[in-house]
Design a protein around this ligand. Structure first.
Ligand code: ZN
Length: 144
C-alpha cells in the first residue's frame, strides 16, 4: 500500500457557512462535527462527518483570505483534497521525489493541531493536495 492511507477530508470553498450548512446537515443529513476559525488563513471552517472522512466547508473572513480570492476566480466549489499519512516528513520526501512541489518547506500544525503540508496544484494536475499526519479515526467495527 502507498503512503496515502485514506482521504481525511475534502475542502470546499463557500461564500457563507450559514447558507451552505443547511444543505449538508438538514438536506444531506451529515453530522456537523464543529465550526471554528482558522486565523492563519482568515477563514471559518465547518467539519462534517461522512463515513470515515470529512467535508471541510471554508468561508473567508476577509477579502484578503486565499479562499476569498479562490471564490472570486472560480466561485464556490472543490478547493483541496487532504490525505492521511502515517509519517508526514517521509510522505513529503516521497511526494517531492515524484515531482510534487510543497507550498511550505516544512510541515506545520494545522487547524486541528496536527502536522499538515500542502502541495502545489500546478504540480498535481490542478488539484491542491494537503497531507495530514493522523491516525485513522477510532470507529466501532473498524478493523484494528
Ligand atoms: Zn484541509
Amino acid at each position: 500500500m502507498g503512503f496515502l492511507k485514506e482521504v481525511d477530508h475534502i475542502g470546499i470553498a463557500v461564500q457563507s457557512l450559514d447558507a451552505s450548512l443547511r444543505l449538508y446537515t438538514d438536506g444531506l443529513g451529515l453530522a456537523l462535527d464543529g465550526v471554528r476559525e482558522v486565523p492563519r488563513y482568515r477563514i471559518r471552517i465547518a467539519m462534517l462527518r461522512c463515513g470515515e472522512s470529512y467535508l471541510e466547508l471554508m468561508e473567508p473572513l476577509s477579502p484578503e483570505a486565499e479562499v476569498a480570492r479562490f471564490l472570486e476566480r472560480r466561485g464556490e466549489g472543490l478547493h483541496h483534497i487532504c490525505y492521511r499519512v502515517e509519517d508526514i516528513r517521509e510522505a513529503l520526501r516521497a511526494c517531492e521525489a515524484i515531482g510534487l512541489t510543497p507550498i511550505t518547506r516544512e510541515p506545520y500544525l494545522g487547524a486541528a493541531g496536527l502536522p499538515v503540508v500542502f502541495l502545489h496544484p500546478k504540480s498535481a494536475h490542478g488539484v491542491l493536495v494537503e497531507l495530514v499526519e493522523k491516525k485513522a479515526p477510532d470507529l466501532p467495527g473498524r478493523p484494528a
